[in-house]
Write a new protein. Structure first.
Length: 183
């Protein structure tokens, strides 16, 4: 039984011409699976981003404290870390949204906080003497806490405490109760 050219098609011809690609149903299932995976992963991604923000700002503050101390020793002169509003001089009051490391009138480092991170401290200025120690007005070694915070409950430990103790030792610890507030 033979087929004539041009009058219909044979099964062999149909079998050789397969349609390639995805059907609409396959694409919709794939999109639904990706959407579910993204919805599950998003909360943990927010925590990772906020953890990195806290770590970055804490490290910036630690670096500024260490530079102030090392420059005081190197220059054999007092060097201060203080909050600033303009990046050129120390401010007696205000928040720690910007700070500088300064020796006399020379600014050695200018740093600032990137939102939504907030930094608080009881001290307006930390001054390291030529011996590398920070002392208060009475001559006692300085102890001060800086609280680096993101006002969120993701992560639950939404604070980092940068502590200057014994006048020259800097440490960082995670803190927070998950209440989404900053001091």
């Amino acid at each position: 039984m033979g087929f004539r050219k041009g009058l219909g098609t044979s099964r062999n011809t149909i079998g050789r011409h397969r349609i390639r690609g995805f059907s609409l149903v396959e694409m919709m299932v794939t999109v639904a699976v990706v959407a579910i995976l993204a919805a599950v992963a998003m909360p943990s991604l927010v925590s990772v981003v906020n953890n990195n923000r806290l770590a970055s700002q804490s490290n910036e503050l630690v670096a500024s404290l260490q530079i102030a101390r090392s420059e005081a020793i190197r220059m054999n002169a007092p060097v201060s870390l203080c909050r600033s509003t303009n990046g050129t001089s120390c401010a007696a009051a205000g928040s720690w949204t910007r700070w500088i490391v300064v020796s006399g009138a020379t600014v050695l480092r200018d740093s600032s906080v990137r939102a939504p991170v907030q930094i608080t401290s009881g001290a307006a200025t930390i001054t390291f003497r030529a011996d590398g120690l920070s002392r208060d007005a009475t001559g006692a070694l300085t102890t001060n806490d800086f609280t680096v915070c993101v006002p969120t409950n993701k992560p639950p430990q939404n604070r980092r405490l940068v502590t200057l103790s014994l006048g020259n030792t800097v440490s960082t610890t995670a803190a927070g109760t998950g209440d989404a507030t900053c001091p």
